[in-house]
Write a protein that binds this ligand. Structure first.
Ligand code: HMG
Length: 389
């Protein structure tokens, strides 16, 4: 029996900052951001949007398509949690009116969290093939203004229905993981912005890739030629190029040509280039981008997947795209969402960046911006108030 991703939906906020504008404001050559990092735009969530509303908006099309009837597990992976005790999954559970028989929990390990959730859900469904699980990954990537990480900020959410005999991607049972206690990127509880040793983090990402890949190769007996396409965790899209080059070196293969890189990676990069880093959602945003936009029918193709979360946890795994997968995608919806986005000017970006939640426990109604199907409407006595639109 195959188990894997049966539905796959992505949501990005309606607002974005063009990185040409950020480069101009910072006095940096725009090619550093556009060519050096491979980023065009960063998604900026408005003040009445958070990871809960983004994840609920990502999941809504799956629920509306009837994907919640047999649901008994909801895992929300995020490193932008909204409460130290209550799981963000329970807010989504309420907004989507999911059955009370469905377990709902939150999971964290930086950008790796959704992969841990996916693997646990696959094992869960393998043990209960008549049931399904919903995996959410949503984050707001935030660094200090004027720091090297600033142009890699972003926001977005992914929702995946995990089921037996999936329509989109059957997950292979083999995997290779790498765990190591390192301080490459972290965010203490008292900070809104992540701290990062940027150059070191890229070296750890690549070293962990080789370690995870070697274990995957030993477990599966597969070489790189087994994969028609490759998806990587994308802190910025140039990272995928570096990762693919490193994999070729580890596998003892000649360096890939620019044409090879474009064929193996190109379609997986488009969405992330326009949202920035979406942390827990990032790898799966790359997968959606690949499946939505690749002109070639990938039915039957094996895709390699590399998940990396700072701190660090890494996993190399793979899946086989299912024949007829296109009918299960939300490609038109994603296209319409990107087409309808609104551009911010630099000052609007900085104004939104500086907004902070009131902490006085009073009654606060937030101004309404353009959000998805849900909004973070206000605070009342320290309780978050959400609204379905
Ligand atoms: P930096 O140090 O300012 O940039 O920031 P740089 O000097 O390394 O330049 C970047 C690239 O632009 C280089 O290309 C330059 O040559 C090129 P490379 O040499 O690497 O091929 N460049 C230009 N190209 C064309 N025209 C120009 C030009 N100027 C320069 N004029 C850094 C880079 C990644 C450090 C920074 O963006 C950062 O700190 N980002 C945040 C951390 C990050 O994304 N780390 C990635 C790995 S860790 C990870 O993925 C986990 C994470 O997602 C968090 C989680 O798990 O939760 C972050």
């Amino acid at each position: 029996m195959n188990v894997g991703i049966d539905r796959l939906s992505f949501y990005a906020p309606s607002y974005f900052l063009d990185l040409h504008k950020l480069a101009a404001a910072r006095g940096v050559d725009k090619d550093k951001y556009v060519l050096g990092l491979g980023q065009e735009r960063m998604a900026v969530p408005p003040p009445d949007e958070d990871v809960v509303t983004m994840a609920a908006s990502a999941a809504l099309p799956i629920v509306e398509a009837g994907g919640a009837g047999d649901l008994d597990l909801l895992i929300f992976a995020t490193e932008t949690g909204v409460d130290q005790s209550k799981a963000a999954a329970l807010f989504v559970h309420g907004l989507l009116e999911l059955p009370s028989s469905c377990r709902a929990i939150e999971m964290k390990e930086a950008c790796y969290g959704a992969t841990a959730a996916l693997q646990l859900a696959c094992a869960w469904v393998a043990a209960h093939p008549e049931r399904s699980a919903l995996i959410l990954g949503a984050d707001i990537a935030r660094y200090d203004l004027r720091s090297p990480g600033e142009p890699t900020q972003g926001a977005g959410a992914i929702a995946m229905r995990i089921a037996a005999n999936p329509r989109i991607l059957a997950i292979d049972p083999e995997h290779g993981v790498h765990a190591e206690d390192v301080m490459d990127f972290w965010r203490p509880n008292y900070r809104e912005e992540a701290l990062v040793d940027g150059q070191y983090s890229t070296r750890v990402y690549l070293a962990s890739l080789v370690s995870a890949w070697e274990r995957y190769r030993a477990a599966s007996g597969r070489g790189l030629d087994a994969f028609r396409r490759q998806c990587f965790h994308l802190p910025f899209t140039r990272m995928a190029e570096k990762a693919q080059m490193r994999l070729h070196r580890a596998a003892g293969l000649p360096a890939p040509t620019p044409e090879d890189l474009q064929r193996i990676l190109g379609d997986s990069l488009g969405y992330n280039r326009n949202t920035g880093n979406t942390y827990a959602a990032s790898l799966y945003e790359g997968l959606v981008s690949l499946l939505d936009t690749c002109p070639e029918d990938l039915g039957g193709a094996r895709v390699g997947l590399y998940s990396y979360g700072s701190g660090c946890m890494a996993e190399f795994f793979s899946g086989v795209v299912q024949p007829g997968y296109r009918e299960a995608l939300f490609a038109a919806r994603h296209r319409a969402m990107f087409d309808a986005r609104i551009e911010l000017d630099y000052q609007q970006y900085e104004d939104i960046f500086h907004l902070a939640l009131p902490k006085d426990g009073g009654e606060h109604a937030f101004a309404q911006y353009r959000t998805g199907s849900f909004r973070f409407a206000g605070l009342s006595q320290h309780k978050r108030i959400y609204e379905a639109l």
